[in-house]
Write a protein of this length. Structure first.
Length: 83
């Protein structure tokens, strides 16, 4: 669990975990904690959240909300090329 500053964009939130996540940010997949609990009824599965249509994809301008459960997709900074 990481603490993200209020008003942080998706790439900034990714950067809290690791700077490579921010530099290579592609998109954010997320749902709210409240939706996760309501849909799962005690279980711990993102599949049921997706089936209920509560899982969404967000881009660079998305402002991360309090209670978001986030999955960051990123590409290794620099494209993974050797120098």
């Amino acid at each position: 669990c990481w603490t993200v500053a209020c008003g942080a964009t998706a790439p900034q939130a990714a950067g809290v975990i690791h700077t490579d996540f921010e530099a290579g940010f592609i998109k954010l997949e997320c749902c709210s904690y409240d939706d996760f609990i309501a849909v799962n009824k005690g279980e711990k599965s993102m599949a049921s959240v997706k089936a209920a249509g509560k899982y969404r994809q967000e881009g660079r301008t998305y402002i991360v909300q309090d209670g978001d459960i986030c999955h960051f997709l990123f590409n290794k900074a620099g494209g993974g090329k050797k120098k």
